[in-house]
Design a protein around this ligand. Structure first.
Ligand SMILES: [Zn+2]
Length: 139
C-alpha cells in the first residue's frame, strides 16, 4: 500500500502557525491541551480546542468538524492539531484513531498535517491515514 504524502504549501504553513499561536496565546491555556485547525476549500480557517473535565474529554477535531458542519462551511482541505509538550514547546500531533475515523467520514479527500520532526511537517492523505474505511458496515 502506498501512502500519499506531500510537502505543505503556504496556506498550510500559515494554518500551523495560526494553531500554534492560538495554543500559546490563549488565556485559558491551563485548560486547553490541544488546538486543532482546518484549512477549508475556500481558503478560510476554523479552530477548535479540546474540552476536558475530570471524568472525560473530547478531542479538538470533533469540535472543529461540528463547527464546520453546523455552520454549513466549505469542505475541509487540511487539518492540523498541536499541543504543548512537557517543556511548553508546541508540537504538531497526529489525530487519534477515533478522530482519524471521524475525519475519514467527513473529510474523505482532505489532508492531515503530521510531524516529520519537531519543526518539520508533511501532509498525509486522510484516506491513507485511515485505510479500509469502506469495509466498515454502514460506511
Ligand atoms: Zn482524537
Amino acid at each position: 500500500m502506498r501512502i500519499r504524502v506531500r510537502q505543505l504549501d503556504e496556506p498550510e504553513m500559515a494554518l500551523v502557525e495560526q494553531v500554534v499561536d492560538t495554543l500559546i496565546d490563549h488565556p485559558r491555556i491551563g485548560d486547553i491541551a490541544v488546538v486543532s485547525g482546518a484549512l477549508l476549500k475556500d481558503g478560510s480557517t476554523e479552530l477548535s480546542a479540546d474540552v476536558r473535565s475530570r471524568k472525560a474529554w473530547t478531542c479538538a477535531e470533533p469540535g472543529l468538524m461540528a463547527r464546520i458542519l453546523t455552520n454549513d462551511l466549505p469542505p475541509v482541505r487540511t487539518v492540523v492539531a498541536a499541543c504543548l509538550d512537557r517543556r511548553g514547546s508546541p508540537r504538531v500531533i497526529s489525530p487519534c484513531g477515533s478522530c482519524r475515523e471521524m475525519l475519514r467520514r467527513w473529510a474523505p479527500d482532505g489532508w492531515v498535517i503530521v510531524s516529520e520532526s519537531n519543526d518539520s511537517w508533511m501532509a498525509v492523505s486522510i484516506e491513507d491515514l485511515f485505510p479500509f474505511y469502506e469495509m466498515w458496515p454502514g460506511a
